[in-house]
Design a protein around this ligand. Sequence first.
Ligand code: AMP
Length: 329
Amino acid sequence: MALSPEMKKFAEPFIKEYRRVLRAIKRYDRIAIFRHIMPDFDALGTQMGLATWIKDNFPEKEVRVFGDNHVTFTPRVYPEMDTRSEDWFKKPFLTFILDVGNESRIADPRWKKGKFIIKIDHHPKVEDFADVEIVNTEAAAATEIVVNMLKNFKGDYKMSPEAAEYFYTALVGDSGRFQYSSTSEHTFQIAGELIKSGMNISKTYQKMYQKQLDDLYVTAYVLNNFKVSPKGVAYYVLDRQIQQDLKITTERGKENVNIFANIEGINAWCSITEDNKEPCWRVSIRSKEKAINGVATMFEGGGHAQASGAKLNSIDDLPRLIEELDKLF
Ligand code: AMP
């Protein structure tokens, strides 16, 4: 079926790169797919979606997915990542790096052993480290670029419901269920392309957002203990003791951050979670309109205009973080 004008326009700057990607997929028998540490829906969904798509269309290829598993999405939404011995990396393979713009955040250092390296990302560009770089910061999710690319490939390729479901989780996750301002006409067209595959939308949402009864106690704690700054920055802090009491891991500390979206007078919102291994505090920052990634960069982080991550080396730095955010409003 013919592509829409938006899907053609989105592809225009990358036509040469798309061709190089398809040629590389055809050339290599062994393909390894990587993405960022502490993965989210976009990282895992794009990784699993692409792996499934390649296996569906090139069944003779050996495709592997690497990186850390997710504390709750694995195995509920995504299968366990591959564990391979060092021997696997000795024979030539093609590397894909998805949804990450800086080397230090790639979840497994063995991506470097790939013969040919392809990066596809939607984070602001930090550094070049691949043979083919496809970066579009206007995409709501890395998946939006990958699916656009697959649909622009010349040839008769199929999108199975399984591959589409993975890609859909990524698109929904990073666009905040199509609420963030990064959501465009093209984002919805990609969603439409995925739905055409016959995937089951309601089952996909159920898998993504299913909660346990215990999760309600975490939400109750957050609602009873959050603070709001003079300029409307809402935040909550979960130290190690509270995480233990609430029976959650550090990775799950940010799960309630979006409770503060759509509250009048709240302009930005953050979760601050003490790391249970390292002496630092992990910060997730979200915002209604103003770009907060500049502030995230000041605190050893980065990310997107409306969704960024950062780190505090001491909880004493928290007032400074909130002051910097307050200055935006
Ligand atoms: P999080 O709050 O961890 O969910 O992160 C929100 C977004 O910011 C995700 O897209 C992350 O990939 C990105 N992000 C988080 N930490 C960093 C960092 N240190 N550098 C660049 N991007 C980041």
